[in-house]
Design a protein around this ligand. Structure first.
Ligand code: HEC
Ligand code: HEC
Length: 158
């Protein structure tokens, strides 16, 4: 019995190590219909893992002035989504998402993690008409809605 449990644990640990590298380009959005509905209408429902909890709190406290748009919600919905984002916020992947002065960053595209991963994308590419902005993840990551950011699912529009 003891041995069986041990073997099982070792195997699980081994499997976890083997699958980790493949998971680096996977950012599945935990299922939350309200989040998808309210935060996926103007743009992709971004992976909560890509900002830390402070950043999400700040985004959710300023929805009336949301990057030049009004994305305000009634308090019940706002609180439910803020809670969901806080619980699923990043940390391990992105570290603290704050600027040099310690202010929470509001944009995933301003984080060190994002910039490191996109270092090879030329500044002019972001401005192409079919892309417009680094925030437009799905323009290049064709399976972004499914949480797939792998290299083979990237098509950069000309
Ligand atoms: C009315 C439309 C609208 C709704 C609804 C909306 N957003 Fe946005 N959001 C925008 C616009 C516009 C931008 C800026 C896009 C750009 O720079 O190209 C943006 C950008 C963002 C960014 C920064 C992206 C980046 O990395 O540059 C985050 C994070 C974000 N929204 C989160 C949310 C969340 C969370 C919700 C739901 C509470 C939400 N948005 C709902 C319009 C909206
Ligand atoms: C101009 C096209 C483009 C846009 C827009 C874009 N990306 Fe990327 N992304 C790339 C390229 C190119 C790479 C690098 C692929 C490589 O080197 O393996 C990349 C890499 C990544 C990776 C790393 C995947 C891995 O293998 O580790 C993640 C995560 C990612 N992008 C997320 C996002 C998110 C989230 C957004 C939107 C906020 C976004 N990207 C917007 C082109 C884009």
């Amino acid at each position: 019995m003891e041995n069986a449990v041990k073997t099982h644990l070792t195997l699980a640990a081994l499997l976890a190590t083997l699958t980790l590298p493949a998971l680096a380009d996977r950012l599945p959005v935990p299922n939350h219909p309200l989040y998808r509905e309210e935060c996926g209408s103007c743009h992709l429902a971004y992976p909560p893992q890509l900002l830390d909890a402070h950043s999400w709190l700040q985004v959710m406290n300023g929805l009336d002035k949301h990057f030049g748009s009004d994305a305000s919600l009634d308090e019940k919905r706002r609180a439910a989504i803020a809670d969901f984002l806080g619980r699923n916020a990043g940390g391990r992947k992105t570290g603290v998402t704050a600027d040099a002065k310690g202010q929470p960053l509001l944009r995933i595209s301003d984080t060190a993690y994002f910039q490191r991963k996109h270092r090879e994308v030329d500044a002019s590419v972001w401005k192409r008409p079919a892309i417009k902005s680094p925030a437009n993840c799905a323009a290049c990551h064709v399976n972004a809605a499914a949480g797939d950011y792998s290299e083979r699912s990237i098509r950069i529009p000309k």
